[in-house]
Design a protein around this ligand. Structure first.
Ligand code: KIV
Ligand code: ZN
Length: 513
């Protein structure tokens, strides 16, 4: 088989990135984009982690029709029941159960012997098979496990009916040749392996996740587990775009393909950074802002003469439209609705009216409205958590001689409140004033600002990370005025903190795998 199964775990392992938690509406939107991208399997979450996670997976399972929807479960009946409850209505459900197989995990974490782990793995797959036909088994920390024990566990899982067995490099410790050899070893020494698909799942602690995944595929694995932008636990997971574009660009050498619609890579990447607030590093392969930028004169000259002198991929292939200019202030509701459809959004009439109103306001300030601007409007209007605080008005005074001052009008649960305050700069003054008015004590642990598109009239997109009593929330806001964008991001962060207080999920420790 020359086709590689792309298993996307942005919504599960990706969501385990520090500070990357997403609400249910955001997860659903991302799942829709993953389906447009053409991934074969969407790992939608870990339902046993919290009732909120279960509900989000259930929503995704109800919506996605083409891709398989997987839910993660430890090797326990309770976890597997929750996973099944979440995905039973999916068109193509998959239960993904796992247990660690390395001695270090057995001794220190699980406090189990090898025979006990073997039994637990077989028992978990046996039970999962009573519920679903499609069952994946993962040997956590597989790359640091005794290869013969690993094969023995995979054999047992396959005998119980596992349709996929997954070999993770959980801590990103392997190097490519070693990992490729391990995959070959498993293929050679696991009785019955031909009855299942062998999958690989790499982490990027040494920056080798893509190289290890390609080595695994070359050795015969046929499913690769990846995330958009490579987000994930610690240094992240193998990045979907890197693997897919290597298969595409170097098909002459690798000889494998995927079903991914590469033109949806950029929209997916933008959506993930917008939702999680995790910006892509500018020099990131395939999706970084500089991935197709040629700075040196000699390179520019070459590209002008023939793109292929310095470009191995065409930006259009990964969905970077040369000119994604869309609408302006004269565009009507119909054109706007069509554009939303092209971007993959189906909104109710009520939501459409809300977003259209915001679009008109923006079009009054900004001449050209790009796809990126519309995506941000949707994120602000549709994907947000319920608002406890709303920003009504902001006026800032700053300059070389003025004391930075902010006057703010908020609505707190619908009731108007007004305040004013000072700070060392206009943003400090704004945040101090809002904190005073809302009686909140969150600490600002991150502030970043990004221009959504080129030009001096570009919208500024601000991301803040707020921390209060152990809870961490991201806030996002966009506006052509960066002070307003900052205030919106701060208010959005406070709303998310409120939401977290009202919907406590499991602690980070319980969520950790
Ligand atoms: O890294 C890992 O081992 C995992 C498994 C649960 C597949 O994420
Ligand atoms: Zn992982």
């Amino acid at each position: 088989m020359d086709q590689v199964i792309i298993f996307d775990t942005t919504l599960r392992d990706g969501e385990q990135s520090p500070g990357a938690s997403m609400n249910a509406a955001e997860k659903l939107r991302l799942a829709v984009q993953l389906e447009r991208l053409g991934v074969d399997v969407i790992e939608a979450g870990f339902p046993a982690a919290s009732p909120g996670d279960l509900e989000a997976v259930r929503l995704i399972a109800g919506k996605i029709r083409n891709a398989q929807v997987a839910a993660l479960a430890r090797a326990s009946k309770d976890d597997i029941d929750k996973a099944w409850a979440a995905i039973r209505d999916a068109a193509h459900p998959r239960i993904h159960t796992f247990i660690a197989t390395s001695d270090i995990h057995l001794e220190h974490k699980l406090k189990m012997t090898r025979p006990q782990v073997l039994d637990a793995a077989a028992g978990a797959v046996r039970y999962a098979k009573t519920l679903a036909e499609n069952v994946e088994f993962s040997a956590e920390d597989g790359s640091r496990s005794d290869p013969d024990f690993l094969c023995r566990v995979f054999q047992a899982a396959i005998e119980e009916g596992a349709t996929t067995v997954n070999l993770p490099d959980t801590v990103g410790y392997a190097v490519p040749e070693e990992f490729g050899n391990l995959v070959s070893y498993v293929l050679k020494h696991t009785p019955g392996i031909h009855k299942a698909i062998l999958s690989i799942h790499c982490h990027n602690d040494l920056g080798l996740a893509t190289a290890n995944s390609l080595a695994g595929l070359k050795a015969g694995a046929r499913q690769v587990e990846v995330t958009i932008n490579g987000i994930g636990e610690r240094a992240g997971n193998t990045s979907l775009e890197e693997v897919v574009m290597t298969l595409y660009t170097r098909r002459d050498r690798v000889g494998l393909s995927s079903r991914i619609n590469t033109k949806e890579i950029h929209p997916a990447s933008r959506l993930v950074s917008m939702i999680t607030g995790i910006m892509v590093q500018p020099n990131k392969a395939v999706v970084g802002a500089n991935a197709f930028a040629h700075e040196a004169g000699i390179h520019q000259d070459g590209v002008l003469k023939n793109r292929m002198t310095y470009e191995i991929m065409e930006p259009e292939t990964v969905g970077l439209a040369k000119n994604s200019l869309v609408l302006g202030k004269h565009s009507g509701r119909h054109a706007f609705k069509n554009k939303l459809g092209e971007l993959g959004y189906e909104l109710s009439d009520k939501d459409l009216n809300r977003v259209f109103e915001r679009f008109k306001e923006l079009a009054d300030k900004k001449k050209e409205i790009l796809d990126e601007d519309i995506e941000v409007l949707i994120a602000e209007e549709i994907l947000r958590v319920p608002d406890h605080y709303e920003l009504d008005y902001l006026n800032v005074v700053s300059g070389t001689v003025a004391v930075p001052t902010a006057t703010v009008k908020l609505r707190i649960d619908g009731v108007e409140a007004q305040g004013a305050g000072f700070g060392v700069g206009p943003i400090d003054a704004t945040f101090n004033t809002i904190a005073k008015m809302t009686h909140t004590r969150s600490k600002l642990v991150r502030f970043s600002i990004n221009a959504i598109s080129g030009g001096t009239d570009a919208q500024g997109e601000v991301t803040v990370r707020l921390q209060e009593n152990g809870l961490v929330a991201l806030g996002k806001g966009a506006d052509p005025d960066i002070f307003i964008a900052s205030a919106k991001a701060y208010v959005n962060g406070l709303n998310r903190l409120e939401y977290l207080k009202k919907n406590p999920s499991l602690s980070a420790e319980e969520r950790a795998l």
